[in-house]
Design a protein around this ligand. Structure first.
Ligand code: HEC
Length: 169
C-alpha cells in the first residue's frame, strides 16, 4: 500500500513537471518597448491592435449602412465617425518596436511600419482626418459630403494596407 502511494505521488509529480515545462506560459513572454520607453507584452499588444482594427472596420460598415439607408441616419453616421476617429488616433501607439513578425507572434504588420514610422503615422492621420470630415458632414446632415468622406476613409484603409499590411494570398 505504501509503495503504491509513493508511486502514485511520483507519477503525479512527473506529470505535473511535464505539463509545466510543456506549457508555453513557463517561457518568458516576448516583450517590446513602446514610445515612452516602457516594456510591453507583444502578444497582448498585437491582440489589442487587431481588435482596434476590427472595431474600425465595424464602425466603417455601420457608417456605410446608416448613410445608405432610405433616409440616412446621420446620428448613427456621426457616432461611427467619432469611433473611427478615436480608434485611428490609437493606431501609431499600438505598434511598439519589436512587435512585428520577428516576435514570433502571428501578425500581418510589415517591417515598413518601423522602417518608415513618419509615413505610417501620416497614413493613420489620414484616416483620422477623413473620419473627422465624415463627422462634420453627418452633423450638417450633408449626404453628399458624407459620401465623399466615406470614399476618403476607404482610400485611407487601402492606402495604409498597401504599404504596411501583409497581403493575404
Ligand atoms: C495606418 C495604417 C492603417 C490604416 C489607416 C488602416 N489599417 Fe487596417 N491594418 C493595418 C495593419 C498594419 C494591420 C495588421 C495588424 C496586425 O496583424 O498586427 C491591419 C489589419 C486590419 C484588419 C484585420 C484585423 C485582425 O483581426 O487581424 C482589419 C479588419 C482592418 N485592418 C481594417 C481596416 C479598415 C476597415 C480601415 C479603414 C477604415 C483600416 N483597416 C485602416 C494598417 C492600417
Amino acid at each position: 500500500m505504501v509503495s503504491k502511494t509513493i508511486l502514485t505521488t511520483t507519477l503525479t509529480a512527473i506529470a505535473l513537471t511535464a505539463a509545466m515545462t510543456g506549457c508555453k506560459g513557463s517561457e518568458p513572454a516576448a516583450t517590446a518597448t513602446n514610445a515612452s520607453g516602457e516594456t510591453v507584452d507583444v502578444a497582448g499588444t498585437i491582440k489589442a491592435r487587431q481588435a482596434n482594427f476590427k472595431a474600425i472596420g465595424k464602425a466603417n460598415k455601420a457608417a456605410k449602412s446608416a448613410l445608405e439607408a432610405g433616409t440616412p441616419d446621420f446620428a448613427a453616421v456621426a457616432a461611427a465617425a467619432t469611433s473611427i476617429q478615436t480608434d485611428a488616433g490609437k493606431i501609431p501607439g499600438l505598434f511598439p518596436k519589436g512587435s512585428g513578425k520577428e516576435s514570433g507572434e502571428k501578425t500581418e504588420a510589415l517591417p515598413a511600419i518601423w522602417e518608415k514610422p513618419a509615413e505610417f503615422k501620416t497614413a493613420a492621420d489620414k484616416l483620422a482626418t477623413a473620419a473627422g470630415a465624415l463627422k462634420t458632414a453627418a452633423d450638417a446632415k450633408d449626404a453628399k459630403a458624407a459620401t465623399a468622406a466615406m470614399g476618403e476613409i476607404g482610400g485611407a484603409c487601402k492606402g495604409c494596407h498597401e504599404t504596411f499590411r501583409e497581403k493575404k494570398q
